[in-house]
Design a protein around this ligand. Structure first.
Ligand SMILES: [Zn+2]
Ligand SMILES: [Zn+2]
Length: 260
């Protein structure tokens, strides 16, 4: 059976493209083709102007065999972060699902996860950057309004950091916090198409989350419907190897576990 959910998707990709049947229906068609049952739309909060709850309702009515979640990816953008958070607060009741993420290191106006920055990061103290990155995620948790954390170890994206002892020591306290807060984390195939060539998060972090009882959502972080459920066969093998037999699904921020 194909994996049933993809909970991290960007119909608008990298600009404001207001939701419409022409924008959203191809995502429904692709979801059906790939055997998905549930798709969460989680555009970046900086493009919240394009999100239209009425259009999501229309898509639901036109595709009753599928489930669509109204969501957003809220991050720590130093410019738009505050407006995004206010929008999430205002629309909390209409949203099913909020992803929390950090794409910015403090004092840096550019996203650290741009692949063009690989060379620069190969010369940086990424362990120190990771500590600052984790503090940014903790800040996101402090501010609240999040259901699940996206691409937990995104800081590894450039594939230039191979700490002795692995990533676990760098994320153990954060995972403990995630458990206490009752949050979930996603397992994302997006890392397989990035220089690091590895899913988010690393298996050591998945195993630690399993030990702590932290639930998982599944995600491709698609920025076009062609990427929906990308590499899900490989993800399916990974989950089987790790003994993950149920995953988290959401509706109006309420979580339920579904078998896979
Ligand atoms: Zn992201
Ligand atoms: Zn994303």
């Amino acid at each position: 059976m194909p994996l049933p959910i993809d909970y991290h998707n960007h119909p608008q990709a990298h600009s404001v493209k207001p939701y419409s049947p022409a924008l959203l229906q191809p995502w429904a068609d692709a979801a059906r083709q790939r055997g998905l049952k549930e798709v969460a739309f989680t555009d970046h909060d900086r493009y919240h102007e394009g999100v239209d709850f009425g259009e999501i309702d229309r898509l639901r009515a036109a595709n009753p065999d599928l489930k669509f979640l109204a969501g957003i990816e809220l991050d720590n953008d130093p410019v738009s972060g505050k407006a995004g958070r206010l929008w999430v607060e205002k629309n909390w009741e209409r949203l099913d699902f909020v992803l929390g993420s950090a794409h910015y290191l403090p004092g840096d106006a550019e996203m650290f996860d741009q692949v063009s920055r690989k060379e620069e990061f190969s010369k940086r103290d990424v362990a120190a950057d990771c500590a600052r990155y984790v503090r940014e995620l903790e800040g996101m948790i402090d501010r609240g309004g999040i259901d699940t954390l996206a691409h937990l170890d995104l800081i590894k994206i450039h594939g230039v950091w191979h700490p002795e002892g692995g990533l676990r020591p760098h994320f153990a306290a954060l995972l403990e916090r995630i458990r206490r807060e009752g949050l979930a984390i996603e397992i994302s195939t997006a890392g397989w198409r990035k220089p690091v060539g590895e899913q988010y998060p690393h298996v050591d972090l998945i195993r630690e989350a399993q030990r702590l009882g932290i639930p998982f959502t599944l995600a491709s972080d698609a920025h076009s419907c062609a990427q929906l459920a990308e590499n899900y066969d490989r993800l399916s093998e990974l989950l089987a190897g790790l003994g993950i037999r149920e995953i988290a699904a959401y509706e109006k921020h309420r979580r339920r576990m579904i078998p896979i």
